[in-house]
Design a protein. Structure first.
Length: 135
């Protein structure tokens, strides 16, 4: 059975695939309704991650959108993932996605560094025990 992709992997796949599309928006002439909201092909992302399309859609719409969308003081809502933005379907708030992705990458790096340090500490402790037993 394939592993379920993490939020980090899903967002990284979207960022890698659509960063150039986001940057290419000069004035709306590229067929997008908005620079900030970039339409994505959820099926393509799912195929890239080797999971069912509904897994990726569900994570974006039901989990990540609920987790990261918020209301401003004036009552307007900032969406992370929108079913539609103008004429475009399945759109991510790309600058916000980049921020969330950077935060997830930072947390992942901290976790990996901590794990590596703990692993080295364990190796040193085992070597110390072996030296004290056999010396």
């Amino acid at each position: 059975m394939a592993r379920i992709p993490t939020d980090l992997k899903i967002l990284q796949a979207i960022y890698d695939r659509y960063y150039d599309t986001f940057r290419a928006y000069p004035d709306g002439s590229r067929g997008r309704s908005s620079k900030i909201f970039v339409p994505i092909d959820v099926k393509e992302i799912a195929e890239n991650l080797d999971v069912d399309v509904d897994i990726v859609f569900g994570r974006l719409y039901y989990h990540l959108n609920e987790r990261f969308s918020y209301k401003r003081d004036d009552g307007s809502r900032v969406e992370f993932f929108a079913l539609s933005a103008g004429d475009d379907r399945h759109c991510v708030n790309f600058p916000y996605l980049a921020s969330v992705l950077a935060d997830l990458q930072h947390k992942n790096r901290k976790y990996l560094i901590t794990t590596v340090i703990a692993g080295f500490s364990l190796i040193i402790a085992i070597i110390s025990i072996l030296i004290s037993i056999f010396a």
